[in-house]
Design a binder for this molecule. Structure first.
Ligand code: PEP
Ligand code: MN
Length: 264
């Protein structure tokens, strides 16, 4: 398999915007769940940049459980992301939910995300495999590591080996957290694959106060990157407010991360 350690022993370094994910330094990705407006995105981008983020995240196409929930600003959201890059210099990461969006993604963003709900959307994976952008592949809500790696293989088989695996928590019987963060996936993956690993403690826990301890643990366990949801006014967020850190909390977290490991 193209993504296996047997095929390639050295760690893959993924160029994402101006930064490298993988290698000796931790890359910090941060931003709101969704791009809600130009002002909202720009405000949060400036804050997270100030506190050490090197990539900005924000959804323009949101895979919501309810069709009545905010679905994202779509192309307008992608344009805002491009403006964020222009004004802050941060590379931008956003989710692609359909192959129909691929052209716009190529035009406006630096990194394409495949969401947990689409981890086995094979047509979407094949499409990502043909793209020129690096891909963050999130683990499915109830996917095994082997299934997840086979999904990465779909992308690699299409010719795109710039893949970052994202553990974002899995479904278990435990209701105290939104999902259960599988931290053991880090050492397991490090053995099986050369691809870099990003941990998303925001979706994994669903609870603001649980994000920082899990982020610190992820870095201690060998994660290559973190993806953290941050919002300047979480109470008014159109999605995932309860798990979004206030900018100052994000600043406290990055300061702690600097103590644990070198950061990009
Ligand atoms: C997200 O990153 O905003 C998201 C929807 O994540 P997931 O696909 O992991 O639920
Ligand atoms: Mn979210």
């Amino acid at each position: 398999k193209l993504v296996s350690r047997e095929f390639k022993a050295e760690d893959t370094l993924v160029k994402a915007g101006a930064v490298t994910v993988g290698g000796d330094r931790i890359a910090i990705i941060a931003g709101p769940c969704a791009v809600e407006s130009r002002d909202q995105a720009m405000t949060i981008a400036r804050e997270v940049k100030k506190y050490g983020a090197v990539l900005f995240r924000g959804g323009a196409y949101k895979p919501r459980s309810s069709p009545y929930s905010f679905q994202g600003l779509e192309e307008e959201g992608l344009k805002i992301l491009a403006q964020v890059r222009e004004e802050t210099g941060l590379g931008v990461v956003t989710e692609m939910t359909s192959p129909a969006q691929a052209e716009l993604m190529e035009k406006y963003v630096d990194v394409v995300q495949i969401g947990a709900r689409n981890m086995q959307n094979f047509e979407l994976l094949k499409c990502a495999g043909k793209m020129s952008k690096p891909v963050v592949l999130k683990r499915g809500l109830a996917a095994t590591i082997q299934e997840w790696l086979m999904s990465a293989e779909y992308i690699a088989a299409g010719g795109n080996t710039n893949i970052i695996l994202c553990e974002r928590g899995i479904r278990t019987f435990e209701p105290y957290t939104r999902n259960t963060l599988d931290l053991s996936a880090i050492p397991v993956l490090k053995k099986l694959t050369h691809l870099p690993i990003v941990i998303d403690p925001s979706h994994a826990t669903g609870i603001r106060e649980k994000v920082a301890p899990m982020a610190r643990a992820a870095v201690a366990a060998g994660a290559d990157a973190l993806m953290i949801e941050v919002h300047s006014d979480p109470d008014k967020a159109l999605s995932d407010g309860p798990q979004s850190l206030y900018p100052e909390q994000f600043g406290n977290l990055t300061r702690d991360i600097y103590v644990i490991a070198p950061v990009v």
